[in-house]
Structures are given as structure tokens and as C-alpha cells.
Design a protein around this ligand. Structure first.
Ligand SMILES: Nc1nc2c([nH]c(=O)n2[C@@H]2O[C@H](COP(=O)(O)OP(=O)(O)OP(=O)(O)O)[C@@H](O)[C@H]2O)c(=O)[nH]1
Length: 125
């Protein structure tokens, strides 16, 4: 199976993390996620993080640090999540694609349903 490389932004300000709900039609639809999306061919990770955050949330990350890389095989798809911590950005986040957003305290993230691959991310926060 080909592996899809994904840039994932854990946007964390003080003790809260910004999460978004995936639409029903998407892969792993209806679950909560960290904003992000496929890395384009030849694109640097930080550039992909900035592009995806702008496209999805109308914000421009200014402080980005690599957090972890997670490889996961779903039954229908293999993903490689390149996860970054975003600790500062320009703008005010809005769900530009109509996706619901929430600022969850780190300690409450377990109350949301995330894709299986995200479990390893939650352990690091
Ligand atoms: N953005 C994001 N994607 C995640 C997370 N966890 C996780 O397993 N993924 C997977 O990584 C892939 C991200 O792809 P994507 O959001 O760009 O695209 P998509 O497959 O939903 O739709 P598309 O192909 O129409 O762009 C999906 O297969 C998604 O299920 C996460 O926290 N954030």
C-alpha cells in the first residue's frame, strides 16, 4: 500500500489544543483531528503546516517545532503523520471549510474520538 505523508499541526496555546471535526465524507470521517493534510511533493514540513493551517483555519503559524512521526496502517490506507507543535501563529482560527473547532484542555482530549493513529500523539501532550 502506498503511504500518504501527512503534516499534522498540534496547535497548543497555554493548556489548550485546537481540534477540528472531520466531515463525514472524509477518511476517518466524523472523528476529531488535529488540523493538517497531505504534504505536497517536494514541500518542506513547516511549509506544509503553514499552508494547511492557512487553508483550513485562516491562521499562519510562526512557531513550529517537530514533535513526532507516526506510521499507521488503516485497513484501507497507510499514513505517515509528521506531527509538529505550533505554539504561536498570526490570525484568529476559523473553520474555513465549515468544520467545527474546539479548544480542548490537554487533560480533556481523551473525551474526544480521534483516529487510531492519533493515540500515540495524545500520549505526548
Ligand atoms: N489532518 C489529519 N489527518 C489525520 C489525523 N490522523 C490521521 O490518521 N489522519 C489521516 O491522515 C490523512 C490526512 O489526509 P487529508 O486530511 O489531507 O485528506 P483526506 O484523505 O481526508 O481527504 P482528501 O484526500 O480529499 O484531501 C487521512 O487519511 C486521515 O485519516 C489528524 O489528526 N489530522
Amino acid at each position: 500500500m502506498t503511504v500518504v505523508n501527512v503534516a499534522v499541526a498540534v496547535i497548543k496555546v497555554a493548556d489548550r489544543v485546537l481540534i477540528a471535526k472531520r466531515s463525514k465524507q472524509q477518511h476517518q470521517g466524523g472523528l476529531w483531528e488535529f488540523p493538517g493534510g497531505k504534504i505536497e511533493s517536494g514541500e518542506a514540513l513547516a511549509d506544509a503546516i503553514q499552508r494547511e493551517c492557512f487553508e483550513e483555519l485562516d491562521i499562519w503559524p510562526t512557531k513550529i517545532a517537530p514533535l513526532t512521526v507516526i506510521e499507521h496502517e488503516y485497513t484501507d490506507k497507510s499514513v505517515r503523520l509528521e506531527v509538529c507543535l505550533v505554539s504561536d501563529y498570526l490570525g484568529v482560527p476559523v473553520g474555513k471549510e465549515g468544520q467545527p473547532l474546539e479548544w480542548s484542555p490537554v487533560g480533556s482530549l481523551n473525551n474526544y474520538d480521534f483516529p487510531q493513529a492519533n493515540k500515540a500523539i495524545l500520549k505526548l501532550l
